[in-house]
Design a protein. Structure first.
Lengths: 192, 250
């Protein structure tokens, strides 16, 4: 047995066991088993909340959107056919929930201010909570303008591609790139 | 490649989006230009710090209760839309669907006693299967004081909910604090096993099957009870501290 085999085998076993357990919970939750759904919630709430918190930079909204995302997952679970991993599907639901909220807020703001100037939407966000040694980077992300923050989180934190981001945000791929570069530049300046 | 082109390509280079030829030209320029190299290093450092961000950020409070309360009515409503379907084999969904459909079946007068008997049998048969739906039951909040106490095998990271019928278990490295409605709190010591029995307004009741707990209750007497294998502790004053220990097997 090689070194890699000795190291990889137990890890694969654990991952496989966890996936089996999760797919069982997903099936039970699809059958409207709330306890199984609660297990899924407990397992994934940290990831979903991280997405919501980083994209909104608002603790209260992040909690509301986390709840909303899980309610959407509960509603849509019977339609989930397992063509992608449950985790990927769940994260996609979370991102879509946040983006729908951001779009709604943009519409609300536009009605209130009656302007097409995007600068008016870029109000200072509520600060994210302290996260220890990562505080400065988390805070700097939280203080980015909303669209730049959304693109940065999706691309650099969540690993999305520009064409995916552009599709979800309803912008051109070049706009997504420009927003990412802007976000990185602002972060570099903030962290100096 | 000059500095302008290099800076314009910086992000694509870091993201691996440059062609092989452009990458080579970029590398050649970076070796000779300290300013551009400094900008590259700054961007790479940011990318590295971003990669090190935690994938999970737990919310400061348990959000499940808010989700559960919105799910339960929806579940009941959907059960009533299942008239034309056969009961699922899955007992957890089968029970409410079956009950909802039966409740709307026309009943002839002479058939009434038999129908009542059948209903009782159905309820008895499915009562046990309904137990997993107890996440809709009332409960008290529980906070992890140390380690990772578990509620029905689910680890409580910061805060959770202990519902009627659920067990709170601490191991040798964990302790928990349970908020007893609005009348006080309970500290659960390591290696304990505690169940929430009831949360009625006049009967706040726990069962300590194993281990040690202490309670601080600010309420009129005889509102808070702790069942142990050998006795029941009960508050006798408006401000009472109870310490219970049970060594009985779980």
């Amino acid at each position: 047995m090689t070194y890699v085999d000795r190291v990889a085998a137990p890890f694969d076993f654990v991952v496989s066991e966890r996936l089996d357990e999760e797919s069982h919970e997903v099936r039970r939750a699809q059958a409207r088993d709330m306890r199984a759904f609660e297990c899924l919630y407990r397992r994934h709430v940290g990831r979903v909340h991280a997405i919501c918190l980083r994209m909104t930079a608002n603790v209260t909204r992040a909690e509301e959107l986390t709840q909303k995302a899980f309610l959407t997952v509960w509603e849509k679970l019977p339609l989930f056919r397992g063509e992608s991993a449950f985790t990927s599907w769940l994260h996609r639901v979370a991102v879509n929930t946040v983006l729908a909220d951001l779009r709604a807020e943009t519409r609300r703001t536009r009605r209130v201010f009656g302007t097409e100037d995007p600068a008016v939407y870029e109000t200072a966000p509520t600060r994210a909570p302290s996260v220890g040694v990562r505080l400065d980077l988390e805070q700097a992300i939280a203080e980015l303008p909303p669209q730049a923050r959304a693109v940065f989180v999706l691309h650099d934190v969540e690993g999305w591609q520009h064409d995916e981001i552009a599709r979800e945000l309803g912008v051109a791929s070049g706009t997504s790139k420009a927003q990412l570069h802007r976000a990185r530049k602002l972060l570099q300046e903030a962290l100096q | 490649m000059n500095c302008t082109a290099c800076i314009a390509s910086l992000h694509d280079y870091v993201d691996g989006a440059l062609s092989a030829d452009d990458s080579r030209a970029f590398d050649a320029h970076i070796i000779t230009c300290a300013d551009c190299r400094s900008q590259l290093e700054s961007l790479q450092a940011l990318r590295q710090r971003t990669r090190e961000l935690p994938r999970e950020l737990a919310p400061a409070r348990d959000l499940w209760a808010g989700i559960a309360t919105q799910i339960v009515p929806a579940t009941v409503a959907s059960d009533h839309e299942c008239d034309q379907r056969e009961p699922e084999r899955d007992p957890i969904i089968a029970a409410p669907e079956f009950r909802a459909r039966r409740s709307r079946t026309p009943v002839l007068h002479w058939f009434l006693p038999l129908a009542v008997a059948a209903s009782v049998a159905i309820v008895a048969r499915y009562a046990e299967r309904m137990l997993p739906l107890r996440s809709s039951l009332p409960g008290w909040s529980v906070a992890a004081v140390e380690g990772a106490p578990r509620v029905d095998e689910i680890a409580v990271r910061q805060e959770g909910l202990l519902r009627v019928g659920q067990w709170l278990v601490t191991d040798d490295s964990s302790r928990a604090k349970v908020t007893v409605g609005s009348i006080g709190n309970v500290n659960v010591e390591p290696n304990s096993r505690l169940r929430l029995v009831g949360v009625a307004a006049t009967d706040h009741r726990l069962e300590l099957a194993r281990g040690t707990m202490s309670a601080f209750i600010y309420a009129p007497p005889r509102l808070f009870f702790v069942n142990t294998p050998s006795a029941t502790a009960v508050t006798s004053h408006s401000r009472t501290a109870i310490a219970s220990r049970s060594s009985a097997p779980a």
